[in-house]
Structures are given as structure tokens and as C-alpha cells.
Design a protein around this ligand. Structure first.
Ligand code: HEM
Length: 437
């Protein structure tokens, strides 16, 4: 069994809906103040065993970057026991992640990707007033601490019907995790070993990730935060230009995603949208690909959901070791329905990957499945929705008698910043608070 009372709830529990959220980045200028901050955080974070917040209105999660652990003067031996990718930081991995051109870290929003992002706190509340009250309480605490500086903040919110800014229902597919008691969303998927998502437990390959000392890593996990700007007007124009009617436009949007905007999967309703199916959590993720749709005539191999989770489809490799927990949340104003010109507003998704293996989970999916097509025989074709396509992306819609091949797909998603963090257990937060180095 997983020790749920020691694991931060943000790792395993989906959020309440609807909600508003805020991301706050802090810099630690003084190790002693940083440790005191860890003490306060350990008292404020919510455990996975008790999803009701101690303050009943706000869920708090906290994670540290490698630079953050260093700022707390964690001993070198312990620092070295964390994963290689985490120690490099996200900006150093830019080329592999497809963060090039406009998404290059040199164009990121400051201070993201720099050495000052030490702690990221995420607070989630059912409404804005409760969130602001909780942030004001927290601010009072850290403002009194010399040596802690708030350096960045991003407010987020759930859009109506859990949609993301391109208009698709999001947050549908999640893996089941052995020993968590929290069900997955696909009845055809065997639960994954806990070690895929939490350190200190056996994973799918039989390995157990440990740190020095063990208490620092056990019941913790890695989180990859990414601020992803979405070019909604460009996306809409692309759909319009490449379709003959609004029905056709919706079908193209569904082919690119693998789901209709309602969330209904093409695997279960390939010809027409079915809004009821899209909204039904018992049915909207109950499918596999191989037996029913090997050639991708329903769900194209190149669509976003089939790339990022090929399920049982024949691919080069073994899909189960690349699964991830996602916690995306929208930021910025909605672009009103029907508007096809960009209004200059910053909008998109604060994307958060949660998993025990940054390398073979997040980085692998981003580099091999999103930004390459070799794994399913599509050469260097990239994800048509989120791929780093420059201006020359390709996308194939398998059809009979002839497939449809689309070219010149631009970037619809730009990386504005991000960081690899470690989300410690509650006991590890207390260990950090009591460090004597
Ligand atoms: C702005 C960027 C993104 C948008 C708009 C987006 C949108 C979506 C939507 C609408 C779904 C279907 C709903 C669901 O299953 O929850 C989805 C699923 C998914 N996305 Fe994304 N996504 C984005 C970025 C990413 C990134 C960066 C990754 C990983 C590198 C990723 C991985 C996944 C995975 C694993 C699934 C679930 C697939 C499945 O199990 O069927 N997404 N995304």
C-alpha cells in the first residue's frame, strides 16, 4: 500500500472542480530562512490521504528545483542521488524537448529557466476570494522571513466544462496506480506499479528509486512544470482554411486530437460527436486501439492522444513505461468564440507532469512521441496540435481509398518557461526543515 498520509495530494488526487489556482515561485537567499519555509510548507500542504485541506478551502502543493535543494544546503551526496535530468534542469534539456526557435529558453519569461526558481508553490481553491485569502496568509508568513523572495506568479483557472483554450475537454485520461485506492479512467488498462509515480516503490521494470538518505526521496516524486502559450486564433484559422464546412472543421479538430472537442473519443464515435459520451467519465476513456483500429482509420496514429498514449497499438517500444500523470490548468482570458484574429493576450496551459522518471516518461514522450513519428512509422512527423513544427509540420489522416496528407502546419503551442522540480513527501519537508548542515 502507498503511504498516502505522507504523499502530497497534488501527486495523486485530481483537483476539485471548478477551481482557481496560482503558481508562485520563490527564491531562497538564506538557507536558514529556507528551512523555516520548509517547516511552514510542511504544515500547509495537503496529504493524499486527506484531500480536505487543513484549512478546508485551499489545497497547497510545493516542489523544489535542484537549485532550491542546493540553496537549502542539502549535502552533495544527497543532491547526487537525484535523477540526472532533474539535476540539469529543464532549460538545459531544451534541444531534446523541442524548445527551439520561439520556444528557446533565451526567449522564456524571466525568471523561468534561470537559477533563481527554487520553490514552486501551487495553491488551488474553489473560488478566487478563498484563494486570495490563502495567498494573503502565506504572503504574511514569507514576507516576514528575510531571505525568501517571491519572484514570479501565474494565476490559472478551470475553463467551463474543463476545457483547455483550444476548446477541447481536458483532464480525461489518467492512469490507475497500484496501492493508491484511486481508480484510473480506462477499465482496459492494468493499474501501473506505484514506483512509476512515487519514489521508494517498485516500478514496472522492477527497480526502486532511492535517494540518500532514503527519507528525502521516499513518497516524493518529480514534477515538470511548463508554461505553454497557445495560439488559439492561428489554430482556429488553420481548421477553417483546411475544411469545407463547420462539420468538416470539427472533424479535422477531432482527427488532430483523437477526440471531439466534447471529449468523446474517435475510437468510440468516429463519424459524429457525442457530447453525452464526452462528458461520461465511465465511458469516455474506455477503449484501446490495436484490435479495433490498427490502421488509424478512426484515431490517426499522429493524433495528440494516440501519440502521447498509444495504449496497446503496435509501436516501437513498450507504452506502459512512458505513462504520466498530468495536471494542466488554463491561464489567460478566453478568446471569444468565432474570433480568428489574435488579440495579443497571453493564454495557454500551465502543464504539470508528475512521475518518478523524468527521462523515460516526460522527456521520452515529448521528444520521441510528440516531436517525432518514427515510433509508429511516420518519419519525422510531429504532433499536429502541440509539436514543435516550426512552420512545416505534416499530419496524415488515414482514410479509404486515399489518406489525407496535410503540410505546412505551424507552431500552435510555444514554451514560455518551465522547470523540473521535486515534490517531497511531508516527512521529507520536515527533514529539510531540520537540516543541520
Ligand atoms: C498546450 C498544450 C497541450 C494541450 C492543449 C493538450 C491537450 C490535451 C487534450 C485536450 C487531451 C485529451 C483529454 C485527456 O485525455 O485528458 C490531452 C491528453 C493527453 N496529453 Fe495533452 N495537451 C497539451 C500538452 C501536452 C504535453 C506537453 C504532453 C506530454 C509531453 C501531453 C500529454 C498528454 C497525455 C499523456 C494525454 C492522455 C492521452 C491518453 O491517455 O489518451 N499533453 N491533451
Amino acid at each position: 500500500m502507498l503511504e498516502l498520509d505522507d504523499i502530497q495530494s497534488g501527486v495523486l488526487r485530481p483537483r476539485p472542480a471548478p477551481y482557481v489556482a496560482t503558481y508562485i515561485a520563490l527564491r531562497i537567499d538564506d538557507a536558514r530562512a529556507g528551512r523555516e519555509l520548509m517547516k511552514h510548507i510542511s504544515e500547509a500542504v495537503t496529504s493524499a490521504a486527506n484531500p480536505e485541506s487543513p484549512r478546508a478551502d485551499t489545497w497547497v502543493s510545493a516542489a523544489l528545483s535542484y537549485q532550491g535543494l542546493k540553496a537549502l544546503c542539502v549535502p552533495q551526496e544527497s543532491l547526487n542521488s537525484f535523477s540526472w535530468e532533474f539535476r540539469q534542469g529543464m532549460a538545459a534539456q531544451a534541444k531534446d524537448l523541442g524548445d527551439v526557435g520561439e520556444s528557446d529558453p533565451k526567449n522564456w519569461e524571466k525568471p523561468l529557466g534561470g537559477p533563481d526558481v527554487h520553490v514552486i508553490i501551487v495553491a488551488v481553491s474553489p473560488d478566487a476570494d478563498q484563494l486570495e485569502a490563502a495567498v494573503a496568509r502565506a504572503r504574511k508568513t514569507y514576507q516576514q522571513m528575510t531571505g525568501i523572495e517571491a519572484i514570479w506568479r501565474q494565476n490559472c483557472h478551470a475553463l467551463p466544462n474543463e476545457k483547455e483554450p483550444f476548446g477541447y475537454r481536458d483532464g480525461i485520461s489518467h492512469p490507475a496506480i497500484e496501492g493508491s485506492g484511486i481508480p484510473g479512467t480506462n477499465p482496459h488498462e492494468q493499474p501501473l506499479k506505484a514506483g512509476e509515480f512515487v519514489l521508494g516503490y517498485a516500478d514496472e521494470l522492477g527497480g526502486v528509486q532511492k535517494t540518500t538518505p532514503e527519507i528525502l526521496g521516499r513518497n516524493g516524486t518529480y514534477v515538470a512544470f511548463r508554461k505553454l502559450h497557445q495560439r488559439v486564433a492561428d489554430f482556429r484559422r488553420f481548421l477553417k482554411t483546411n475544411s469545407n464546412s463547420s462539420d468538416d472543421e470539427e472533424l479535422l479538430a477531432a482527427k488532430m486530437m483523437g477526440r471531439w472537442r466534447s471529449g468523446a473519443p474517435l475510437a468510440l464515435c468516429p463519424f459524429h460527436d457525442d457530447a453525452q459520451l464526452g462528458a461520461d467519465p465511465h465511458r469516455n476513456n474506455a477503449f484501446m486501439f490495436e484490435e479495433d483500429d490498427r490502421a488509424g482509420l478512426k484515431t490517426p496514429g499522429g493524433s495528440h492522444i494516440r501519440r502521447t498514449n498509444p495504449r496497446d497499438a503496435s509501436i516501437a517500444g513498450f507504452a506502459r513505461i512512458h505513462r504520466m500523470i498530468r495536471r494542466g490548468t488554463a491561464y489567460g482570458p478566453l478568446l471569444p468564440e468565432g474570433i480568428l484574429e489574435d488579440d495579443g493576450a497571453d493564454r495557454g496551459l500551465m502543464f504539470a507532469f508528475v512521475g518518478a522518471h523524468i527521462g523515460r516518461q516526460f522527456e521520452f514522450v515529448q521528444s520521441q512521441w510528440v516531436n517525432d513519428g518514427v515510433f509508429f512509422g511516420a518519419g519525422d512527423d510531429k504532433d499536429p496540435v502541440i509539436g514543435s513544427n516550426g512552420s512545416g509540420g505534416n499530419f496524415t489522416v488515414p482514410r479509404k481509398p486515399v489518406r489525407r496528407r496535410m503540410q505546412g502546419i505551424p507552431n500552435f503551442v510555444i514554451t514560455r518557461g518551465g522547470e523540473y522540480c521535486f515534490m517531497p513527501s511531508l516527512s521529507a519537508l520536515r527533514w529539510l526543515a531540520n537540516l543541520q548542515t
